[in-house]
Design a protein around this ligand. Structure first.
Ligand code: UT7
Length: 330
């Protein structure tokens, strides 16, 4: 059976670091509260002037992944981008990346699945590879959450950041590769995390025209409980599908929304924290980008070896969630 295998990873984050201490001067918060409740110490905020639009970050992460893979952009058949903060409502970020990379053979499109956008996109690419309709795929998770952040809302603005991660996926008939991606969704809970405007609902567009930027709204504590149960359940289902136990997981790379969520899930799965990758302290929650950034950092830090089982697990707006078991390839 043909599966996708990851042969290159790349990531980028904006230069501007916004610390908890600086946030104390913007909203009624403290470094102590943010650190204790979330684990976040700082996050990155992008700037148009520095060429850090969503598509710019996606392109930079992709170039790094392609370089590691030793694959030229002209050989790409597909570019899939998980994002909820595209440069424009249309065309897609993927089309801008295709243009920037001169990946003229590649079809390109975005996937909107909240913070689960990267794993949803990875699943699409792997399915295309398995059917033979695609050979070389570029899968990106990118987000510019600072563009939808309400900087007067202390309950959300302290959580979010910007960044991008990418992987190059090619076919394998060996035992390595992306063994599966399990996905889930429950639209009944859409109102726990959503953008209040920016869509096609006319009154909201008029609000936007009057100068209100798109605002992210979140019901944090209800979302927290949903996150812990959804992440745990989907991870367990993914491991069970392959008759794997937590002891078989070399590294879990979870969505980085809150360190307390990550610790609760790790405990429920019986995976010790020294086998759980976290970088939330540096970047906060970058939505679709958290997993590919963390995967790239873990890879470049030499934490992954061929044959290791890596568990990717995500949760986000929708609600959406997912887990992927990857038998590392290189
Ligand atoms: O990526 C997609 C998925 N995202 C998630 O799953 C996020 C899930 N939720 C969370 O991570 C947490 O719920 C938060 C970090 C958002 C909030 O933490 P919490 O422990 O659930 O706090 P809370 O919302 O229950 O608020 C506790 C208190 C409140 O004050 P009172 O009512 O107890 O007086 C808040 O007003 O903390 C207050 N508070 C703050 N205080 C200082 C809320 N935000 C802040 C803040 N600084 N930034």
């Amino acid at each position: 059976m043909i599966k996708g295998r990851i042969v290159g990873t790349g990531s980028t984050t904006p230069k501007r670091i916004l610390t908890n201490k600086e946030l104390e001067t913007i909203v009624d918060t403290t470094d102590e509260w943010i650190t204790r409740r979330t684990g976040i110490k700082e996050r990155r905020i992008s700037s148009d002037g520095r060429g850090e639009n969503t598509s710019d970050m996606a392109t930079m992460a992709s170039l790094r992944a392609l370089e590691m893979a030793g694959i030229s952009a002209e050989t790409l058949d597909m570019i899939v981008v998980g994002t909820v903060t595209p440069d424009r409502q249309f065309p897609s970020v993927a089309c801008f990346v295709q243009k920037a990379l001169k990946a003229s053979k590649a079809v390109a499109f975005d996937v909107s699945a909240g913070c689960s956008g990267f794993l949803y996109s990875l699943s699409v690419a792997c399915n295309a590879i398995a059917t033979g309709s695609c050979k070389n795929a570029l899968v990106i998770g990118v987000e510019r959450l600072s563009s939808v952040t309400n900087w007067e809302d202390r309950s959300t603005c302290v959580l979010l950041g910007d960044g991008a991660g990418a992987v190059v996926v090619t076919p394998t008939a060996d035992r390595d590769g992306i063994l599966s991606t399990h996905l889930g969704c429950d639209g009944n809970f859409w109102n726990l995390l959503y953008s209040s405007d920016g869509g096609s609902k006319i009154p909201e567009i008029l609000d936007t025209v009057e100068g209100k930027p798109f605002h992210l709204k979140m019901e944090g504590s209800r979302l927290f409980k949903k996150a812990v149960s959804s992440l745990t359940n989907i991870a367990e289902a993914a491991l069970k599908h392959h008759s794997l136990s937590s002891a078989d997981v070399k590294l879990m790379i979870p969505h980085q929304a809150n360190l307390r969520i990550i610790k609760a899930v790790a405990e429920k799965l019986s995976i010790p924290m020294d086998r759980v990758y976290t970088n939330i302290q540096k970047y906060g929650n970058t939505s679709s980008a958290t997993i590919p950034i963390a995967l790239d950092e873990a890879n470049r830090e030499g934490l992954l070896r061929a044959g290791d089982n890596v568990l990717l697990v995500t949760f986000g707006a929708g609600l959406t969630w997912g887990a992927s078991v990857v038998n590392w390839s290189f």
